[in-house]
Design a binder for this molecule. Structure first.
Ligand code: UGA
Length: 365
């Protein structure tokens, strides 16, 4: 099958859709799959595509994104069909109709953008994704949707539980919460479609997934990426590591291969239907200060970063100075993963040190 830039050529595009529709019908009989990954060129999308192609060699993956930089190594696979489309401008209806399962993974997920450009977050994460949800309802396509750990906000629970924990966000002037609220609203809409229209959905909630291809570490600006890649960037450029508000805030970091393992179990397992499932690693519970210390120590073992790692310091910075006044933080974020264990027979395997080493091997070797 052909791959790149199909949408640009109308005839080829029509032929591709004809192929997908046929495949969908055939596969309904034989339990094979057409998977549509919107945002396949991102962090989660690229790893999901890669692993699906390895494990399910008969499945067809239609990958939509505005860039294929992170998936260029997959383009020659005959079961991988990349379409350069922009979800803010192009219609995806035909592809959603032709697929058995859709993963809408295109979203902005960096807190610095929530505070700097909240309406861009709303337009992409909420408005554009709402259209996809409605098309999944219309065409009865199964939707596996990325909710987020941020939906729980500043919940005081020691562990966040999908069906019990409250979702606690701050005042409107704290614009950080626009991402949490956009995702929460979509969670509620999807849940309601499940009840009213029998939408076949799973909402998964990633808790600080980390791994190769997370964010671009060449960008030197503070807040240009999520914490692990931000610290890598600081180390690479010889800049001090800044721990916001002193660094006592807690996150549980989940290595990407564990996250992808859970997503593939969700596809394979009908019991995940109409469920909300946390996907996180409570064993990798770590304060941001501890994270900085661990990363700095490890960076001393790499030729590329040894010199800088011996010299840079960990410094404290006020959140107003780092993100601006409309930021508010989550102080302790720990998932309960009882549901994932029970429904999916899944548990995370990759520890904190090993995760950081794998990431540093990717970025620094
Ligand atoms: C993240 C993002 O919102 C999403 O990627 C995602 O949905 C969700 O949480 C998740 O992955 O579970 P957060 O964990 O706050 O939110 O994002 P990071 O940017 O990775 O920051 C983690 C912590 O490190 C925050 O407390 C932040 O203030 C701190 N930080 C960040 C620093 O101390 N220094 C830095 O240079 C950068």
């Amino acid at each position: 099958m052909m791959s790149i830039g199909i949408a640009q050529n109308k005839k080829v595009h029509e032929f591709f859709l004809f192929f997908l529709f046929n495949a969908k019908n055939e596969k309904k009989e034989s339990l094979l799959m057409n998977i549509l990954i919107i945002g396949a060129g991102g962090f989660i999308g690229s790893h999901l595509s890669e692993e699906l192609l390895k494990r399910h060699t008969a499945w067809e993956i239609t990958a939509i994104d505005i860039s294929n930089a992170k998936i260029s190594h997959l383009l020659c696979n005959p079961n991988f069909h990349f379409l350069k489309l922009d979800i803010l401008k192009d219609s995806l209806e035909d592809y959603i109709e032709a697929s058995n399962v859709v993963f809408p993974l295109a979203a902005i997920a960096s807190p610095s953008i929530y505070v700097r450009d909240p309406l861009r977050v709303f337009e992409l994460d909420f408005e554009a994704n709402l259209k996809i949800v409605k098309l999944a309802v219309k065409h009865k396509t199964r939707i596996i949707f990325p909710s987020t750990s941020e939906v729980y906000g500043m919940s005081q629970d020691a562990e966040f539980e999908e069906d019990y924990s409250n979702c606690v966000t701050g005042p409107i002037c704290k614009q950080r919460w626009i991402y949490s609220c956009s995702k929460q609203m979509l969670d509620r809409v999807i849940y309601a479609y499940g009840i009213r229209d029998n939408l076949n959905y799973t909402l998964f909630r990633p808790f600080n997934w980390i791994g190769p291809r997370l964010d671009d570490i060449c960008n030197k600006n503070n807040g240009s990426s999520r914490v692990v890649t931000q610290f890598l960037s600081n180390i690479l450029h010889g800049d001090d590591i800044k721990v916001v508000g002193g660094g006592d805030q807690i996150r549980c970091f989940t290595y990407i291969s564990d996250g992808i393992d859970a997503l593939i179990k969700i596809i394979e397992n009908d019991a995940s239907s109409k469920r909300i499932i946390n996907i996180g690693n409570p064993n990798n519970k770590c304060s941001i200060k501890e994270l900085a210390e661990k990363m700095l120590a490890l960076a001393k073992e790499y030729e590329k970063t040894k010199f800088n790692a011996e010299r840079i310091k960990i410094v404290e910075i006020d959140s107003n100075d780092y993100y601006g006044k409309s930021y508010q933080d989550i102080l302790v974020r720990v998932p309960s993963i009882q549901k994932a264990k029970g429904i999916l027979d899944w548990h995370p395997k990759v520890g904190m040190e090993e995760s950081l080493k794998k990431i540093m091997d990717f970025y620094f070797i």
